[in-house]
Design a binder for this molecule. Sequence first.
Ligand SMILES: [Ca+2]
Ligand SMILES: [Ca+2]
Ligand SMILES: [Ca+2]
Ligand SMILES: [Ca+2]
Length: 411
Amino acid sequence: MNKCKNIIILTIFVMSIAMLSALHQVTNLVESVRYDYDTGLYTAYFGYYNPNSVAVNIPLGDNNKFVSHSEYDYLLPTVFNPGRHVNTSVVTWPGDGALVWKLRTPGGTPAGYATATAAMSIPFHDDDEDGVINNDDEYPQDPDRAYIVYTPAENQWGTIAFEDLWPDKGDYDMNDMVLDYNFQVVLNASNQIKDINASFKLRAVGAARNNGFAIEFPFPQSNIGIFSGQVDGEEYDMTLSQAGSRAVLRIIQNTADLGIVTGNGIFWNTQMSEPKYPHKDISFIMTLSTPIALAALPYGAPFNPFILVNGEAGKEVHLPNMPPTANANPAYFGTGDDTTDLESERYYKTVNNLPWAIHIPISWTYPIERAFITHGYLAFKPWAESSGVSYPGWYNLSPADQVDLGYIYTK
Ligand SMILES: [Ca+2]
Ligand SMILES: [Ca+2]
Ligand SMILES: [Ca+2]
Ligand SMILES: [Ca+2]
């Protein structure tokens, strides 16, 4: 019995060694250093890249510390999630010597320390010589990057919500897929897009159908140099493809793929009587091989998002006034309640201009299952019918007389 136990322990020990030796070193880096003229203090932004598919724990101490500045050690991460993470430590210091962060992954290859050094940046110098002075440059050490444009704004979420019964209005509850988003578009000194990074929170799936979610970008797939996607901190296989001259990124293959089960009258985060599940964190990073001028694009962030109804490749539902991709099946256009007409560039609206998808610059409180959006948000219909002229703030929970909370998911 004891021998058997020893063998098991030995096996586990050998497996642990094998797993450890397969670990790659987590690398740390300085994203930027800023100088504040008012306070005379410097602020360093650190990040890291964990190339492993698992999170790596590195406690503070010899393997994870600032050299000669241990007073800031508490700001360092100790859990390193897979993938690239930016601005994970923000340290403001008086410039009494460089901040040097040393990091060693136990058992990681290559062995030894990874080092990230934040030197005092002279604010009006242009260290990377990209034409943007250090203090205006979000990436003062990177000549390929200078600015970040956030949509809807830094540290703010917007919402995209879909109705999947298109081309019919159906129950028009606009909660069949609800995602919050924040886009970070990184520009070089010439205002050309270098990276497109995005974060999403999948908040609701009020659909019996198993829908997919994708975004079309106004440039070809061949211009995407680096790409990776994640769901809940794990690598997730998002597929890139080409539709006509544009790239399509399938972010969610289908909602069942994310472990979301609906049906038999039960939906995901749209019924007040059912449990509320934590949202799914979804993100991607994309780097373009050849930067393209932001001003030359037909549309910017959040670009051209759409759902694929029941995962059907050609059955796309886009925001109003946004075109279908070249892969959409035109047989649906102009059927049911839809009045899409490609020739006159009229897309995804009813005859009264009601849409099947909406884009809102805040994290929106959406309707409950099978409640018409027009019943929950009384100003929605006149807003849509006026093509956005009347009631531009229709999506807010105030004033109270424009909202019926009995039809809204407030859980
Ligand atoms: Ca610069
Ligand atoms: Ca730069
Ligand atoms: Ca619906
Ligand atoms: Ca629904």
